[in-house]
Design a protein around this ligand. Structure first.
Ligand code: ATP
Length: 324
């Protein structure tokens, strides 16, 4: 193992830099050259890369985003695109590739590994936490904390004006951020893709809860079957004409910011662990953390099994409401 390629791909997530740093430093301290490719699979196809040295990755552990850049690369979904990528990797004498990203990145990495003899390893980096092969993905904890901070502020104004706020958070397919931020921010209701949304039941519940409090917060995952926060509010509005309703879409602030301690430590551990696996001849797997311990599992298994939050927390939320 002489040269290891690294990409960050898909949506950016806080802690990706801490992971790049960990991989690069672990490599350099073990006489391996770390090569960073810019903008995910795009950079491999185009041959845009940097031979990383210590100074490139110093002072980035605290930075959000990714110094390598990321992209959603359509060309990589074609056989021709992947052939170009393989030529680049071979031309650059890359012995293994580490892909930091979400389930899409892992799907691409898995297909690539089946088409070439260069080992591949996936490190879960996405704010969505929707990869079954790990309890936590890099970036999720920071995003959750960002949401909580924002909802705390919204609650201040909601309380002052006696309003019901529908707050939209990220989560196209999974309700991890929505459900856990709802519990942590003391929200009254949460709508997630894993549970069918019943508008009449929401209205009834909000009316009941409004008897005992000045304001309410409804957290809505962007991928909820009933629609986003604006759509839900528009459906609820005619049934609650005497109430003051507002919606707030948190959007891309959820991706940014300095990573939390949890994400920095997770990224540091996973990055070094990935290189260690390659040194030990373990590859074409993803790394993950289960019950606090670093593990590997096949990429296929890691993304095939459905990943959903602990739905018993819905019952917890219902029992934490203020009624009557
Ligand atoms: P996030 O969870 O933050 O959205 P992600 O890794 O799931 O991250 P995607 O945009 O779904 O983000 O995937 C990242 C990239 O992986 C895509 O732009 C594409 O280059 C590659 N990819 C995704 N699906 C495939 C596929 N079926 N075949 C080949 N490559 C793929």
């Amino acid at each position: 193992m002489k040269r290891i390629g690294i990409i960050t791909s898909g949506g950016d997530a806080p802690g990706m830099n801490a992971c790049i740093r960990s991989i690069a430093k672990y490599c350099l301290n073990n006489k391996i050259d770390p090569v960073g490719y810019f903008d995910g699979f795009d950079g491999i196809i185009d041959g845009r890369s940097i031979d990383l040295c210590f100074s490139d990755v110093d002072n980035i552990v605290q930075k959000g985003g990714t110094i390598l850049g990321t992209a959603r690369c359509e060309e990589f979904k074609t056989k021709e695109g992947r052939s170009k990528a393989i030529s680049t990797l071979k031309g650059n004498n890359i012995d293994a590739l580490i892909c930091i990203g979400g389930d899409g990145t892992f799907t691409g990495a898995n297909i690539l590994s089946s088409e070439m003899d260069i080992p591949v390893i996936g490190v879960p980096g996405t704010i969505d936490n929707d990869i079954a092969g790990t309890d936590y993905t890099i970036g999720y904890d920071t995003a959750l904390n960002t949401v909580i901070e924002a909802v705390d502020k919204i609650r201040d104004t909601a309380g002052s004006h006696h309003r019901i706020f529908f707050v939209e958070v990220m989560g196209r397919n999974a309700g991890f951020i929505a459900l856990n931020s709802a519990i942590a921010s003391g929200a009254e209701t949460v709508l997630i893709p894993e549970e069918l949304t019943d508008i009449d039941a929401i209205v009834l519940d909000l009316k009941e809860q409004s008897k005992g409090r000045r304001s309410s917060i409804v957290i809505v995952a962007e991928g909820d079957d009933g629609g986003g926060a604006k759509e839900i509010m528009d459906k609820v509005s005619p049934l609650m004409q005497r109430y003051s309703l507002r919606c707030s879409i948190l959007g891309h602030i959820q991706r940014g910011g300095s990573p939390s301690a949890f994400d920095r430590i997770l990224a540091g551990r996973m990055g070094a662990f990935a290189v260690e696996q390659l040194q030990n001849g373990v590859y074409n797997v993803m790394v993950g953390i289960k019950g606090g311990r670093l593990i590997t599992c096949s990429i296929e298994d890691g993304i095939r099994l459905n990943s959903s939050p602990d739905l018993s927390k819905l019952e917890l939320l219902r029992n934490l409401r203020t009624l009557g």
